[in-house]
Design a protein around this ligand. Structure first.
Ligand code: ARG
Length: 292
């Protein structure tokens, strides 16, 4: 029990119990996501340490898990647009890698792996067909929301495995937002969105061990109240989560992360993404946010 004491009128101090502060009320805002059904999902090449082509993939199960994720967003009141999947592009389900949309401005993507390169053009066409007038395609390797996280104030930008650091200044120029570069150092956490996510304005959760010493200092400076994830939370890709300001959609295995966000007043919403994780993905990878 927490207590405070004051000097009393006599010799005895006055001791008062202070109730545990009530967690802040978290208010959701309606979001729009662009998702791509995993109709052609499989693991047939290796571009991150999670992928093992000898492990069997159940595409029907991946589809069921993806559908449950989409229905979770809809149940929470969000809008989901769907892009057509393409044969031969098994990672197209990870739509977050194909565009960064802030205030209606779109920065497309340019993949590092040749196996994924063709995805960028399908998404570029989707943006043009769906009324986005300001679409810029990057010159430098840029895996979009895989490495770019918009906090509402800054664009946190990862590099080290995929996105070229020169794509960070390109993003700042194309989107007109302040970019903060962060260095990723652990190949299991090859994208920023498997090491960090935004819970609410000015509040993030992250796994410090995924970042260089200097980047950890930057994160500590900018977000002193951040939720710090455990190694177990990170290892189930628990940080590949999606918050609407109140509800936090995250993998069912991320139990201590869920407890911690609940203590901060958020509502954890669990999803099973076991099949998609075999490719190194989770809920956030499957959900590009359309900030119109
Ligand atoms: N197999 C995909 C790749 O390595 C997974 C991408 C997951 N997406 C993400 N936003 N982390 O490119």
């Amino acid at each position: 029990m927490t207590s405070v004491s004051f000097a009393g009128p006599g010799d005895e101090p006055i001791v008062l119990d202070v109730a545990t502060p009530v967690a802040q009320v978290r208010v959701p805002t309606t979001r729009r996501y662009l998702m791509c059904p995993p109709a052609y999902f499989t693991v047939e090449y290796v571009i991150n340490p999670w992928m093992d082509p000898t492990e069997p993939i159940d595409t029907a199960l991946a589809m069921a898990q993806w559908t449950a994720l989409k229905e979770t967003y809809e149940r929470l009141g969000h809008h989901v647009s769907v892009i057509d999947p393409q044969p031969g592009l098994p990672d197209m389900v990870f739509s977050a890698n194909s565009g960064t949309v802030i205030e209606g401005r779109v920065l497309g993507s340019r993949f590092r792996a040749p196996q994924r390169a063709a995805e960028a053009e399908h998404f570029r066409r989707w943006f043009l067909a769906n009324g986005y007038g300001r679409v810029v395609m990057p010159e430098r390797t840029n895996e979009a929301e895989g490495d770019f996280t918009w906090t509402g104030k800054y664009l946190l930008a990862g590099t080290g495995f995929r996105t070229d650091p020169l794509a960070h200044s390109e993003a700042q120029e194309a989107l007109g937002v302040p970019v903060i570069s962060l260095q990723l150092t652990d190949p299991r956490y090859y994208h920023l969105d498997v090491a960090l996510f935004v819970l609410a304005d000015d509040l993030i959760a992250y796994y410090p061990e995924a970042f260089s010493t200097g980047s950890r200092e930057v994160l500590r400076r900018l977000f002193p109240d951040a939720v710090i994830a455990t190694a177990e939370d990170a290892a189930c890709l628990g940080l590949n989560a999606v918050s609407d300001g109140r509800h936090v959609v995250l993998p069912v295995e991320a139990t201590s992360l869920a407890d911690e966000v609940a203590r901060r007043g958020f509502e954890p919403v669990f999803v099973d993404v076991s099949e998609l994780r075999k490719s190194g993905g989770g809920p956030k990878c499957c959900s590009m946010e359309l900030r119109d």
